[in-house]
Design a protein around this ligand. Structure first.
Ligand code: SF4
Ligand code: SF4
Ligand code: SF4
Length: 269
């Protein structure tokens, strides 16, 4: 796979959330109501949402050595899969590849939630009410799916989240170079972290958000093996066809479209 990518190095993340704030600012995304310990440890907001395209995920701290507690923190956003389930199932073909990145065109999106259902990383979200843009004119429309677009909607040389990371935990560049750098980093830390690995080489045909992990992917809730394989193309087409028929009975209502998608999936099996 050629082109650009991100490299997340969990060993360098300080949890400062500069990436989170930068994305909000660059995309005029409003804040959302959260509680201080909304997710595990200091994760806040607890998950990605239709108005939070990246977040900093804290995992339970290993305090087995009270002298040296081990923190595990990971920047999370869309992985921009090469074989992307969201793209395969979208009945509107609203999701396409732009310079290698997986991007949703909200003007085509009907809010059916197929992408939300099929993304095993829980990345895209449907907005359930119109939201005013922060620091700009206009609204973000409800009943549309949103996620990280790799700054393709407002391009710049280096996407803002990566540009503002102060520790080098999130970097951007040619994927081939980042793979080399990620593998070298894994080697460097393997004495301290024997299960260290570079996640994203094979999963879903290869990811554009690669991650240096200190431990096995499962510890981070990341799928591997069969669980990290894209939905079969013929099956995706069958689901889309069934959905096209059932959507006649949804009267244009996104909530019914979401039910219709789930029924289509269960009918195809
Ligand atoms: S991580 Fe999810 S939303 Fe992103 S490209 Fe892959 S399937 Fe699509
Ligand atoms: S909600 Fe439906 S129409 Fe919109 S991007 Fe997702 S799959 Fe496509
Ligand atoms: S690449 Fe752009 S849109 Fe995606 S998380 Fe970073 S700042 Fe946000």
């Amino acid at each position: 796979m050629s082109g650009k990518a991100f490299l997340v190095d969990t060993t360098k993340c300080s949890g400062c959330r500069a990436c989170q704030v930068s994305c909000k600012q660059w995309n005029n995304l409003p804040g959302e109501k959260t509680t201080f310990f909304g997710g595990p440890e200091y994760t806040n907001p607890a998950e990605l949402s239709a108005i939070t395209f990246n977040h900093v995920k804290f995992f339970p701290v290993d305090r087995s050595n009270p002298e040296k507690p081990v923190w595990t923190i990971m920047h999370k956003k869309c992985y921009h899969c090469e074989e992307a389930n969201c793209m395969r199932v979208c009945p509107q073909h609203a999701i396409s590849r732009v310079e290698g990145w997986v991007v949703i065109d909200q003007s085509l999106c009907i809010g059916c939630g197929a992408c939300v259902n099929e993304c095993v990383y829980n990345v895209p979200h449907i907005l359930d009410e119109d939201v005013k843009r922060y620091g700009a004119e206009g609204i973000i429309k409800k009943d549309k799916s949103y996620k990280c677009h790799a700054c393709m909607e407002n391009p710049r040389e280096v996407p803002l989240c990566a540009r503002h990371c102060p520790t080098g935990a999130l970097t951007y560049g040619e994927r081939a170079a980042l793979v080399k750098r990620g593998l070298a980093r894994v080697k460097e830390i393997s004495a301290e972290y024997p299960h260290a690995n570079l996640y994203g080489l094979e999963e879903f045909g290869g990811l554009r958000t690669l991650t240096v992990l200190k431990d096995r992917p499962e510890k981070y809730g990341l799928p591997v093996g069969e669980k990290a394989k894209a939905i079969d193309l013929a099956k995706a087409e069958a689901i889309r066809d069934t959905y096209a028929f059932l959507s006649i009975f949804t009267f244009g209502l996104p909530s019914l479209k979401r039910v219709a998608y789930r029924i289509s999936k269960s009918m195809v099996g």
